[in-house]
Every structure is written in structure tokens, then in C-alpha cells.
Write a protein that binds this ligand. Structure first.
Ligand code: ZN
Length: 305
């Protein structure tokens, strides 16, 4: 659960405070010290700094979706989703390190799907991190796929849908933070000419149908995703493109597309780090008291991923 520190009342220690309470307050001070380290006044050598964010202290976890043993979707030309995820993840890791986010962590696990997933969630929670971005590439339900031959081998493809998508969960302990980052990322992608796929709102998606929370940024709600609901920091799942689409598969594997996505993600992460600084959050909560955008409640649908 998210805690909020009140600067006016949080650490007041009066004469009537008992030892047990003092211990609690000391623990709270320690927590505050750790949790706000990303925004404290940096030493000159501490790294690049935005208005309120110290990049070198802000920890981003990049979760590489799936494992080599359980590699997720298969592309139109037979390449595993895991390979696309790992390639984009490594590029993004480098872009973040180059941009001064020195504490960036790339999470790659091995083993069966479930064990790999829970292992990544556990490691992300241990980090501890200020933000988790889970990197995936999309496919479509079987009924949309067709056969074709590539390189003398039969494969399945669907050129019907293309574009990225961003998912957040209402069950994440910081759902407002998750939605905020989802929006920032979606807008940065849009500014670079990349379009999200709108097809998750269609009835034909059945149990994979999703509620669109932000029609400009392309942020959908997907409560059940374990990597979003079991992590303790703001988290988004990013489907970077549809690799079952023959054209988009080629683009997704290109350095040009990966650079574009990395640039967008770095900008969004910098803006998120800045927006979530205690100073910014205090002034924002005064300005928008009672006007927070609610995440509507809809009946959950089962969708294994
Ligand atoms: Zn995936």
C-alpha cells in the first residue's frame, strides 16, 4: 500500500511521544530517506538532474517478458517474442544508462513461464524500484492468423492489426502512478509518429477485450497481469508492436524503430521521475484536490498471459 508523508505533521516529535512511537517515527524517517532518495539534493557528481529528479538515484526495472525456455508469441517469420523483448530491453537499458539513469536494472530470467514470471516479480520488489516497465511484443488470437511460407518453412501471420499498446492494472498498489507513466509513454510514442492499436476495445477480442483508459496515449486496463498487480512499484506492460504482422515484425527488429521507442521511453521516464518528486506531488495535490482522474471499475475478464 502506498504511504504518504506529511511534511507538516509526519515527523513532529513532542514531549508526550513514547519510546515505542519514537521507534516507529525513526523507522518512518528511514523509510522516507530511502524512498525519496531519487529526489534529494544531489552531490555535483551524482549525475544529470531535471527540475526535481535526480536521474542517478531513480531506479527503473526493465522486465524482459517471457524466458528463453517459454518464449511467448512467435513472429510471422518464426522468431520468438522473447528475442524481440530482450533486444529492445537491452537497447533501452543502454539508452537509460547513457541518459544518466545509472541504477537501471534489466531483468532476465530463465525457466518455465510461471516460475520465470514470479521470479522476475520477486526480484523487482527486492530491487527496490521506482518504476517497472515490462517489455513485450504482441500477437493476435488464432482465428485471425493465416498460413504462409517464408524461407521454405510454413508460418502463421496476420496483417490485420498493427501498433503498440500499454497496459496498467487497477490492482497495482500505485495505480495512479502506473496510469501516469502509461500516459507519458503513450504521448511520447505518439509525438514520434507511432500509433497504438485500437483493436483491444473490439467485441471480437472476446476475453482479451480491454477498457481503453486513455484514448490519446493508448493506455488500456488489464488488472489480472501478475507483473502489474504483484509488483509494489508503479508498473506498466508495454507491447512494443505486433510481430505477427509481417511488416511490423521487420520494423520491430530494426535499429531505427528500437531507437525511436528507446528515445520515447527515456523522455517518459525522465518526466515521470520529475512529476513524482515530493515537491511536484505536493503542489499537484493542492492544485487538483478532488479532481484526480478515476480509473473506472469494470468487470474483470480472464486473460492468461
Ligand atoms: Zn508477451
Amino acid at each position: 500500500m502506498r504511504s504518504r508523508f506529511s511534511p507538516s505533521r509526519g515527523l513532529e516529535v513532542g514531549r508526550s511521544v513514547r519510546p515505542a512511537r519514537l521507534r516507529l517515527l525513526a523507522a518512518a524517517s528511514l523509510w522516507l530517506l530511502v524512498s525519496t532518495a531519487a529526489w534529494s539534493e544531489p552531490a555535483p557528481e551524482a549525475g544529470r538532474r531535471d527540475a526535481n529528479c535526480v536521474r542517478s538515484q531513480f531506479r527503473v526495472v526493465l522486465d524482459i517478458g517471457h524466458t528463453a525456455e517459454a518464449p511467448g508469441a512467435k513472429s510471422a517469420r518464426g522468431v520468438s517474442e522473447y528475442e524481440f523483448n530482450a533486444q529492445l530491453g537491452r537497447r533501452l537499458e543502454k539508452a537509460l544508462l547513457d541518459a544518466g539513469f545509472d541504477k537501471t536494472v534489466l531483468l532476465i530470467t530463465a525457466g518455465p513461464a510461471r516460475r520465470g514470471l514470479y521470479s522476475r516479480v520477486k526480484r523487482a520488489n527486492k530491487a527496490p524500484a521506482h518504476l517497472l516497465v515490462s517489455i513485450h511484443h504482441d500477437s493476435v488470437p488464432e482465428q485471425f492468423k493465416q498460413d504462409w511460407e517464408y524461407g521454405g518453412v510454413q508460418h502463421r501471420f496476420s496483417d490485420q492489426f498493427k501498433g503498440h499498446s500499454i497496459f496498467v492494472s487497477n490492482d497495482n498498489p500505485d495505480r495512479k502512478g502506473s496510469l501516469l507513466f502509461g500516459r507519458l509513454l503513450g504521448k511520447q510514442l505518439k509525438q514520434r509518429g507511432l500509433q497504438y492499436t485500437p483493436h483491444y476495445t473490439e467485441a471480437f477480442m472476446g476475453s482479451r477485450r480491454r477498457q481503453l483508459l486513455d484514448a490519446e496515449a493508448g493506455v488500456y486496463r488489464f488488472d489480472q497481469l501478475i507483473v502489474l498487480r504483484a509488483t509494489r512499484m508503479p508498473a506498466v506492460l508495454f507491447e512494443a508492436g505486433s510481430i505477427i504482422n509481417r511488416d511490423e515484425e521487420l520494423k520491430a527488429g530494426s535499429g531505427e524503430r528500437q531507437r525511436l521507442i528507446s528515445d520515447a521511453a527515456v523522455e517518459a521516464i525522465a518526466a515521470f521521475c520529475d512529476a513524482r518528486s515530493p515537491a511536484r506531488r505536493r503542489s499537484a495535490s493542492v492544485a487538483s484536490a478532488g479532481r484526480d482522474t478515476p480509473i473506472e471499475t469494470v468487470a474483470p475478464s480472464a486473460n492468461p498471459q
